[in-house]
Design a protein around this ligand. Structure first.
Ligand code: NAX
Ligand code: K
Length: 477
């Protein structure tokens, strides 16, 4: 499991550890890991041109000490100081190691004389601000960063890309985009949650020995998927593996029922029941003769995919969400039919627009604050939210939050959400709790999409068809 923490949690873990260690130990651990990561990124150190952007805090200190190490190993390292006050011991160590300080007018509001250094750089280290920074780049920093971008020089962010909001993953002000982020001790929320996660690029974690409490945000890894997946055993039968009821698709959108069925049957469920209009049921049977059409006992329901809000059978839907023994996935049109009361365990699967409608918030605001709004909806409505998007967020009413670590933009294709609803239903019917079922479904859906895509376009059915292979690969690796 990958865990992400708030700044406050990181600071208190750091303080507890620092109290037990000689002064400066943690910064040295961080700087050593950073220097190694930069060498690996470059593929060489000797002869490399490295520029450091140095702000006023310890984040700049990390960059200066790492710069000193790289200079000692033969790199040409230049520091551009963005503040009159920088980490003094770090600067001294940097100078002693042969590092150059660019004394041109970097401080004079962006009239940067460091053009040669920037143009010739192989990499730029962003030590402007770390977890102590407020969101946004100041004008001098912004001018420098834009110059770096113009020259096409990759940036390695120290701890976090300067300018992002570390605790929310939001980017309300200007920020930089890193080719790699090297972080220390643990992941922070901005490393996992978009839009900041995209600004981080790949994230490399350097262990500095922190002891941390339960995480704010978690992200399943392949070994978690293996551990959680409900693999059938010798005594399993189709009923004990779980029966999923699908109330999805409509004469207008019959394909949604076929795609949700495809997703469900490629999951861990033992049996799928279809309940809906007979023409849609026929379409499902034509593709999947193993489906049972008609009422019967189920362990979970998926409702709403391919049904407009006005097309939802309100009486039936209200009865479903008022019973408390079977969890219900509420997708697409059914999200719009949701009232404020329910007693069933619910998972809603909105995209940003649908969540915006539910909360009365513009879509753009949801996109900019995905973690916040997913959590708000989960807490206020007492249900689990799977917020679809480039990185899927799963938030449950008890605060448990997962972010899906893998994604391919090719997943954004018609019917992809129907496959996901079916797959999620299969995990719920097999007995997993809502948050884990949603996190597993998001992971495998993205893994199958990535496999099917191979960096090219995909259809929803190809995602469903790739699910067994993606699952096999994960379970056997
Ligand atoms: N505390 C620790 O034990 C460790 C901290 N480490 C490093 O220390 C960093 C945190 O250091 P600090 O707490 O000194 O804080 P930062 O270095 O993140 O920045 C705080 C400083 O930046 C200024 N500032 C705030 N917002 C700004 C903005 N938008 N633009 C420009 N300047 C801004 C503040 O006035 C303050 O002087 C971590 O991110 C990490 O890189 C590492 O060395 C690991 C150990
Ligand atoms: K930084």
């Amino acid at each position: 499991m990958r865990h992400a923490y708030t700044v406050e949690q990181v600071r208190s873990a750091e303080a507890a550890l620092m109290a037990k260690l000689p002064p400066g130990t943690l910064m040295q651990r961080a700087a050593t890991g950073l220097a190694v990561a930069v060498s690996n990124f470059l593929g060489r150190t000797y002869g490399a041109n490295i520029v450091l952007l140095i702000g006023s805090g310890d984040n700049g200190g990390d960059a200066l000490y790492a710069g000193a190490r790289l200079a000692r190993r033969g790199a040409r390292v230049t520091a551009i100081l963005l503040s009159e006050k920088v980490h003094a011991a770090g600067l001294e160590a940097f100078r002693l190691a042969g590092g150059r300080v660019d004394t041109s007018d970097a401080l004079a509001g962006g009239r940067v004389g460091a053009s040669d250094d920037l143009a010739d750089a192989d990499v730029v280290l962003d030590g402007i601000v770390g977890i102590g920074g407020r969101p946004g780049l100041r004008p001098d920093a912004e001018a420098l960063v834009r110059r770096v971008e113009q020259h096409g020089v990759p940036i390695v962010a120290v701890d976090v890309p300067s300018g992002v909001d570390v605790d929310t993953g939001e980017t309300p002000e200007s920020h930089l985009n890193a080719a790699l982020t090297v972080t220390f001790g643990t992941h922070k929320i901005c490393h996992l949650v978009d839009p900041a996660a995209t600004a981080c690029g790949p994230v490399h974690l350097v262990d500095i020995g922190l002891d941390l409490p339960p995480a704010e945000v978690q992200s399943l890894q392949a070994d978690d998927v293996r551990a959680l997946y409900p693999v059938p055993h010798g005594e399993s039968d189709k009923y004990s593996r779980g029966v999923l009821g699908l109330m999805v698709g409509s004469p207008q959108y019959p394909g949604a029922a076929v795609m949700a069925t495809a997703g469900a049957l490629a999951g861990p469920v033992g049996m799928v029941r279809y309940v809906g209009s007979s023409s849609v049921g026929q379409a499902v049977l034509a593709e999947y003769p193993e489906v049972v059409v008609g009422e019967g006992r189920v362990q979970a329901w998926a409702v709403g995919s391919g049904i407009s809000t006005s097309g939802v059978d309100r009486d039936r839907f209200t009865r479903l969400i008022q019973q408390d023994d079977v969890p219900v996935i509420v997708d697409a049109g059914a999200i719009g039919a949701l009232g404020t009361k329910h007693s069933a365990r619910l998972v809603i699967t909105p995209h940003a627009g649908e969540l915006g409608q539910l909360l009365g918030v513009p879509r753009a605001e949801i996109e900019a604050g995905r973690l916040h709004y997913a959590r708000t909806a989960a807490e206020e409505r007492q249900l689990t939210v799977l917020l679809k998007g480039a990185t899927t967020v799963v938030a449950s009413p008890d605060g448990t939050t997962y972010v899906n670590p893998i994604a391919t933009p090719w997943l954004a294709t018609a019917g992809s959400g129907d496959v996901l609803a079916g797959l999620l239903g299969a995990f719920l019917a097999s007995g997993l709790d809502e948050a884990r079922a949603a996190a597993l479904a998001a992971y495998l859906h993205a893994a199958a999409g990535t496999l099917a895509s191979a960096a090219g376009p995909i259809t929803a059915m190809s995602i469903a068809h790739a699910l067994p292979a993606a699952t096999r690969h994960l379970l056997s690796s």
